[in-house]
Design a protein. Structure first.
Length: 122
């Protein structure tokens, strides 16, 4: 019965107190939506081939799918699938150059991830 009273207060003062309590709880609770977004980024990083693609793009400054699959001796479809995962995670960005799409590292996202890793390891 006391839970019912807490959920349905009878006065404005009780309502205000419940709102404050809820805000305090939500400030310390987990934000599962943000955690899910970050886990997608970490999953994208947690693959040896995608790490090699990132290193290659970093070394060259930018690269097309053709350059990636030829230099890494991959099937074009495999390279495209891994690039799509990296793009969805925001780790690389694409720019059209004539009829080719060139991929670059998203420096802001990489810096954010590096800082997050440093913070987690403290």
């Amino acid at each position: 019965m006391s839970d019912f009273i807490r959920e349905y207060p009878s006065s404005q003062q009780q309502t205000a107190q419940l709102k404050i309590n809820h805000l305090e709880k939500s400030a310390t609770s987990l934000d599962f939506y943000s955690i899910k977004k970050v886990s997608i980024i970490f999953r994208a990083l947690n693959h040896k081939l995608r790490q090699e693609i990132l290193r290659m793009i970093d070394k060259k400054g930018q690269a097309s799918v053709s350059e990636i699959y030829q230099d890494m001796r991959l099937e074009q479809s495999v390279a495209s699938q891994h690039i799509a995962i990296l793009r969805r995670s925001g780790l690389i960005i694409s720019e059209r150059e004539g009829k080719f799409m060139k991929y670059k590292l998203n420096a802001a996202r990489i810096d954010m991830m590096n800082q997050m890793v440093v913070d987690l390891l403290k």
